[in-house]
Write a protein that binds this ligand. Structure first.
Ligand code: FES
Length: 149
């Protein structure tokens, strides 16, 4: 059911932890499963120089946040904003369709952290236009069949 890559990132997650004095922090949750994901960013000259996460959630959410941090670290913000949950899922070799929403949490937590950074720094990025953490819905659990290709 789960790929070796998912199991690897679940049992040995990368970049777990907290960044003191982060450039931005984002926390998202899903009320239905109760899972919560928090992502911390350190940004210097528009580059994500460090990223850490804490996920209180299922194995797929942990594996998704782990792979997301690996893929996002070192990228410029514009490059990072080109990645979405589908890229995280492909890098994991796939997730069961009922678990796709777990990878959405990783994308939303990252964007929320970036939003926080934008609020603090007064910056804005095209890839983040229209994103507002306050408007995130939590209905991803309602569509187990939603692949939204
Ligand atoms: Fe809710 Fe995985 S994040 S079950």
């Amino acid at each position: 059911m789960y790929t070796d890559k998912v199991m690897d990132h679940f049992t040995n997650p990368r970049n777990v932890g907290v960044i003191e004095n982060p450039s931005g922090v984002g926390e998202v949750g899903n009320v239905k499963c109760g899972d919560i994901m928090r992502i911390y960013l350190l940004i210097e000259d528009d580059v994500i120089t460090d990223i850490k996460f804490k996920t209180f959630g299922c194995g797929s959410a942990i594996a998704s946040s782990s792979i997301a941090t690996v893929m996002l670290k070192g990228k410029t913000i514009d490059e990072a904003l080109e990645l979405n949950n589908k890229d995280f899922v492909s890098a994991l070799g796939g997730l069961p369709s009922v678990k796709l929403h777990c990878s959405v949490l990783a994308e939303e937590a990252f964007k929320s952290a970036l939003y926080d950074y934008c609020q603090k720094s007064g910056k804005s990025y095209t890839g983040l236009e229209g994103f507002d953490p306050a408007e995130l819905d939590d209905d991803h659990h309602d569509h187990g069949d939603e692949d939204d290709e």
